[in-house]
Design a protein around this ligand. Structure first.
Ligand SMILES: [Zn+2]
Ligand SMILES: [Zn+2]
Length: 333
């Protein structure tokens, strides 16, 4: 890894954050708490590649303190990415058994190191619930019927008014995004992005979730073609949504997947929105949205560096007794 330093900021009272190079990292890692965790993970129960155990092995090797599984909630129509409804019980039972087997009584540094040395780590059972107004099972149904530790609320499919057709904004192929925009919104990007944000806002005001997933996913296939993230109308939509995030007490995930898959030029959300999230005092976590075991902590150190540069000082972490905060400055793997 090339030497990477973050320049001291004249406005930051502590000056240097830290200099990261390979030698320094080795020394540094001996003295810090390894409390990075990834709560956004997809296994072969939905659209991930492997059994859950493979992700735990990869997370142990990479020094994560905890791993949360968040396979896609089942949907009431044919698709290739979500849990099958009849498989949801087995998914939850499998992860709950791994959670029990790997139980860690406290998050003390020594305890984590001892547990990791024994090949164990804290496991959490979650789900990435799709919000599509009027379609699908409610978040309450998932919470009430399965022993979930947390829920990520996400929008991947956008409704256009009363039409039952959906705009798929995710996936690897930009042509799907372009076709949906043309067919459902007449190619009008302001209408399409407006519908996406209305759907996110409805989710924030009518559903209870712990984390909002990839907040600005709508930009992924845009890549500057249809709108600029500095357009005043787009910024107004972002600020309206962030106000609802703040009011609802939801955590924003800083999702690295778009960057490491090279499908996006920036994180979800990107730096402009992250600065606003910092100004709004909204809590954040870092997650990789892993679909393969080796993706469990991709770009975590780089993302932590960026968050520090913006001014964040804490990350949220999930513990067996609920949500807590951890110092971002002392976090590295
Ligand atoms: Zn997602
Ligand atoms: Zn996901």
């Amino acid at each position: 890894m090339p030497i990477k330093s973050i320049k001291s900021s004249p406005t930051h009272p502590e000056g240097h954050y830290f200099i990261r190079n390979s030698l320094f990292n080795v020394q540094y890692s001996l003295f810090i708490l390894h409390l990075f965790q990834n709560l956004h993970t997809h296994t072969n129960f939905s659209d991930g590649s492997d059994d859950p155990e493979k992700y735990i092995e990869a997370a142990l090797i990479r020094g994560l303190s905890a791993l949360g599984f968040s396979d896609h909630s089942p949907l009431p129509f044919k698709n290739t990415f979500a849990l099958k409804e009849e498989e949801t019980g087995r998914y939850c039972k499998t992860i709950a058994e791994l959670r029990k087997k790997n139980q860690i009584s406290s998050l003390h540094e020594t305890n984590i190191k001892m547990q990791n040395a024994k090949g164990k780590m804290q496991i959490f059972l979650g789900m990435e619930a799709d919000f599509i107004p009027g379609i699908g099972l409610s978040f309450v149904y998932f919470r009430d019927n399965f022993p979930l530790d947390y829920l990520i609320g996400s929008v991947h499919l956008v409704r256009s008014g009363s039409s039952s057709e959906l705009w798929f904004i995710d996936g690897p192929d930009p042509a799907t995004y372009d076709d949906g925009l043309n067919v459902l919104f007449g190619g009008n990007i302001r209408k399409g992005v407006g519908a996406y944000h209305r759907q996110i806002n409805e989710m924030l005001t009518t559903r209870k979730m712990d984390i909002i997933g990839h907040l600005d996913k709508i930009k992924m296939h845009n890549r500057g073609r249809f709108f600029s993230e500095t357009d005043p109308w787009y910024i107004a939509l972002i600020e309206e949504t962030l106000e609802l995030v703040r009011q609802s007490g939801t955590i924003v995930e800083v999702n690295t997947r778009g960057l490491y898959k090279k499908r996006s030029d920036s994180l979800f959300p990107g730096p402009m929105i992250l600065k606003k999230i910092h100004d709004f005092n909204i809590p954040v976590i870092i997650s990789s949205d892993a679909h393969k075991p080796f993706e469990v902590s991709m770009l975590f150190n780089e993302t932590a560096d960026l968050l520090l540069e913006i001014g964040f000082r804490e990350l949220m972490i999930l513990t067996p007794s609920g949500w807590n905060t951890v110092s971002l400055k002392e976090n590295s793997i």
